[in-house]
Design a binder for this molecule. Structure first.
Ligand code: PEP
Length: 254
């Protein structure tokens, strides 16, 4: 059985004061031991703050991106090793905002995935189609291209212990959620694609859904057999919403 997880993506939001208030509110609800992994991916300058507040708790922390380079003359980059040194467990790679706004290509994303693995982070590898691609019946072709890029560069064994997030671009930050059936169809396709190269591994791979998940729609999405939790943007900034989503994945609060 895949492990369940609910991961927040704070994007470009936060301040020392706001982060502290949010994390303290989450800590009141989320116990140190529980069966559904819970994590927040914060802007990199706040990784140390998150570590200070969350160490020893039931909430892990991570970055939203890492450099594909290990070190050197790459102004502005943050390496996976730097993120890991701050105690982070996760890093998102290939989020659609990185792909569309910052030009991350499939090739760059898989290099980032490899860099995160090398630093012993758990990469959260995002894939998903645009509205135009969905309406043009190209959803599966796009998912296949993105997943195959990773399989070709890293090999299927590198997916063991990683996480995939299906995030239809048209559902991110738009308030328009994929239906449970649409999410299930895409997740089953992704799992099947990976199963063709590693059946057991695909069977235990955590595949998260992301795209306008809220407390009110999480349970229906998470009830799907191939949906193992969520990657949560906007709703992860509101403690009650994020906790409600985490509970919907089968977790029990304090
Ligand atoms: C995301 O940024 O990964 C995301 C899913 O955002 P939202 O939940 O706001 O749609």
């Amino acid at each position: 059985m895949p492990a369940k997880a609910v991961v927040g993506n704070w994007k470009l939001n936060g301040s020392l004061a706001a982060n502290e208030a949010l994390l303290k509110a989450l800590l009141k609800e989320i116990p140190p031991q529980h069966p559904v992994a819970c994590a927040v991916c914060v802007p990199s300058p706040y990784l140390a703050q998150a570590g200070g507040l969350l160490k020893g708790s039931g909430i892990a922390w991570g970055a939203q991106d890492v450099s594909r380079f290990e070190k050197g003359a790459y102004t502005g980059e943050v390496s996976a090793a730097m993120v890991a040194e701050l105690g982070a467990r996760y890093s998102i790679v290939g989020h659609s905002e990185r792909r569309t706004v910052f030009g991350d290509t499939d090739a760059m994303v898989v290099e980032k995935y490899a860099a995160a693995r090398k630093a012993r982070l758990t990469p959260i590898f995002c894939v998903g189609e645009t509205l135009e691609e969905r309406e043009g019946n190209r959803t599966q072709a796009v998912l296949a291209r993105q997943v195959d890029a990773l399989l070709a560069k890293c090999g299927v064994s590198e997916l063991d212990g990683g996480i995939v997030a299906y995030e239809p671009v048209w559902a991110i930050g738009t308030g328009r959620t994929a239906t449970a059936a649409q999410a299930q169809e895409a997740h089953a396709f992704i799992r099947g694609r990976i199963a063709a190269q590693g059946k057991d591994l695909a069977g235990r791979l955590t595949i998260l859904y992301g795209g306008s998940v809220k407390g009110s729609n999480a349970a229906e999405l998470f009830a799907m057999p191939d949906v193992d939790g969520g990657l949560i943007g906007g709703a992860s900034l509101v403690a009650e919403e994020f906790v409600a989503i985490w509970r919907a994945a089968g977790a029990r609060s304090r």
